[in-house]
Ligand binder design. Structure first.
Ligand code: GTP
Ligand code: MG
Length: 609
């Protein structure tokens, strides 16, 4: 099968074109670096079926990051290259085009975002561009599908130029020349969207906007998530599902092996969805009653932030703060994604250029950013002891995040290269695209998480029933009880936490912990190790050696934090003061001790000069 490869700069609409051409579903967002791996699809034209590949965005075929490598290698395999060019940013896009034209492969150009170019007063003489480049140029508006039919029809007319390679300097000159010949810019007034763009980047207005957006986003997720979760629990689980289970429980005789696996333990003769630990009770409840409602709302909100183009602006706003822990502002994107699920977040970290930065981001995220499923459990279960205990959990994670960032930044050699953040314009998210994306994510969740959730519950159940937990509990009691102040059985939650963190948090409930113990359990579970899905992605992304280092850091940090809480919380410092103290001291320490690697970079630059 012949291969058509879609190449272009980041965020130019390649994935939109891909999904229209092939009918495949792929992630589309309004920021550079949405696609990090390629996706395949098929397109039939007449008799022939082509394989279509959606490449990650790249600025050059001479790769400078893993993501760009993927794109460059796809071009090498291509039988036809469709170079997607952003009409609103012709100059930069044509630099890549000039590289593509040097390859021994037929090329056709999709001049995309013609609609936005029009709004911006950018006028492009397409015929002239076509003539100068010597390959077909098809104007398109990917989101509305305009021009895509023509693009498909024109595919056979793609031209192989195999041009002589140019030096970078010559490339700039030639591209500049072309742009001056084909592009006319007429002046026009700022639209309100553009004024808003400016406001969200200026610190004086941008910081309040960022705080407000994040606040509203999390309020909506927690508030709406809770509302939906309560509704589902009351009407679906208690109203419809429980009576069925009660019948089943009676049918099974109320006890025995099968009853234990499916229904679990009855608590005072009743099924308790959070505590019974049966596959059909707690397993199904955790997935559909807890994870799904919160995650669906989170993805809805995230989708809006992604498609509007706000995330890269947030990156600019937090850039200075993140530099204190050796990170570039763009690493806020994997962090925010991590609140949904750490797996896609670890993949998004690929966009960061250096190994150093990737290591810091992945470690900090795995340790201190609980995923939505876990977050929902923590909010629901720790919240029962009162808001101040919830505050201690989050304050501790924040404290860990900052302190660990400062330490790694100081002791890991090198520095994080500055990275140019490309900021897309604000775009009004289309409801249809949002729903498609949400559907993809929720489906992915149900398909991928179900085995872990049900399997996790099953495992715990078996571990409990067979007495293994008791045995391991005895072995680890000195650590669990001595250091963390938890009952020995808590060790089972750590085992399960490797499979599913949310389930593990729920399993703290039957242990009958007091508030301080529950807080310690929740913090240690969040921090000690990533879940198995995240772990496998991290091994791939960081390599086994770095992952091992990262894992060691996590385990040591988690137990130190648990130990600290065990000593301080409520015994020496009451919860609200501890929460406030942790947040304030983290911020103060970051101010005083931060930016070590930035200073190293300055020193190196000075001595080089
Ligand atoms: N107005 C307008 N928006 C578009 C057009 N094509 C794509 N977009 C929007 O541009 C953004 C980027 O689209 P993607 O398809 O994710 O871009 P990509 O080239 O695959 O980006 P990466 O995977 O990050 O390299 C999305 O918000 C799209 O909705 C277009 O022709 N007109
Ligand atoms: Mg893409």
């Amino acid at each position: 099968m012949r291969k058509i490869v879609l190449v272009g700069n980041p965020n130019v609409g390649k994935s939109v074109i891909f999904s229209t051409l092939t009918g495949s579903r792929v992630m589309i967002s309004n920021y550079a670096g949405t696609t990090v791996e390629y996706t395949r699809g098929e397109l039939t034209i007449g008799e022939e079926t082509f394989e279509v590949l959606d490449a990650p965005g790249t600025y050059s075929l001479d790769p400078s990051s893993k993501v760009e490598e993927v794109a460059a290698s796809l071009v090498n395999q291509a039988d036809i290259v469709v170079n997607v060019v952003d009409a609103t940013n012709l100059e930069r896009n044509l630099l890549l085009t000039s590289e593509v034209l040097e390859r021994d492969v037929p090329v056709i150009i999709a001049l995309n975002m013609i609609d936005e170019a029009g709004h911006k007063g950018v006028e492009i003489d397409i015929e002239e561009l076509d003539k100068i480049l010597g390959v077909p140029v098809i104007p398109t508006v990917a989101v509305s599908g305009e021009g895509l039919r023509k693009l498909v029809d024109a595919l056979p007319t793609a031209v192989n130029q195999s041009r002589q390679p140019l030096s970078t300097a010559d490339r700039w000159i030639i591209v500049g020349d072309i742009v001056s010949q084909v592009q006319k810019i007429t002046h026009r007034h700022h639209s309100w969207l553009e004024s808003l763009q400016d406001a969200s980047l200026k610190p004086i207005t941008g910081i309040p906007i960022a705080v407000a957006i994040m606040y509203v986003a999390f309020q909506v997720v927690i508030g709406l998530g809770e509302l939906i979760a309560e509704f589902i629990e009351k009407y679906i689980f208690e109203g419809l599902y429980e009576p069925l289970l009660i019948n089943l429980s009676r049918f099974l005789g109320g006890e025995g092996f099968l009853h234990n696996i499916l229904i679990g333990t009855l608590i005072e003769g009743e099924i308790e969805f959070e505590e019974s630990l049966g596959v059909l009770t707690t397993g199904v409840f955790v997935e559909f009653g807890v994870v799904l409602p919160f995650l669906t709302v989170f993805y809805l909100v995230l989708g809006f932030l992604e498609d509007s183009g706000y995330l890269p602006r947030l990156a600019v706003m937090v850039d200075r703060g993140l530099h204190r822990v050796g990170l570039h502002g763009y690493s806020i994107i994997p962090m925010v994604l991590g609140f949904g699920c750490n797996v896609p977040a670890a993949l998004a970290a690929r966009n960061l250029e250096s190994r150093r930065e990737k290591f810091i981001v992945c470690t900090l995220m795995a340790i201190a950013v609980p995923c939505m499923a876990q977050l929902a459990m923590i909010v629901g279960l720790v919240g029962r002891y009162g808001g101040e205990y919830l505050a201690v959990v989050f304050a501790t994670l924040f404290f860990i995040w900052i302190i660990l960032g400062l330490i790694i930044d100081r002791f890991m050699p090198g520095y994080t290269p500055s990275m140019v953040i490309e900021i897309p314009p604000y775009r009004i998210p289309s409801i249809k695209a949002q729903m498609k994306k949400l559907g993809m994510r929720v489906k992915g969740l149900v398909v991928h998480a179900t085995p872990y959730i049900l399997g996790g519950i099953l495992l715990v159940n078996i571990l409990y029933t067979s007495g293994v937990v008791e045995y391991i509990g005895v072995v680890f009691t000195p650590l669990i009880t001595g250091v963390l102040g938890l009952p020995g059985e808590a060790v089972s939650t750590l085992l399960v936490g490797f499979l599913r963190k949310d389930v593990a948090v729920a399993m703290l409930v039957p242990l009958g912990l007091d508030a301080r113990q529950f807080v310690i359990g929740a913090v240690v579970l969040a921090a000690y190790f990533p879940c198995v899905a995240t772990f496998s992605v991290l091994v791939r992304e960081l390599g086994a050696k770095d992952m091992l280092k990262s894992a060691l850091i996590m385990i040591v940090t988690a137990f130190s934090a648990g130990f600290m809480l065990n000593i301080l919380l409520d015994r020496i410092v009451p919860a609200p003061y501890l929460a406030a103290g942790l947040v304030v001291s983290a911020i103060v320490l970051a101010m005083l001790l931060g930016s070590t690697s930035d200073r190293r970079e300055m020193k190196d630059l000075d001595s080089a000069a």
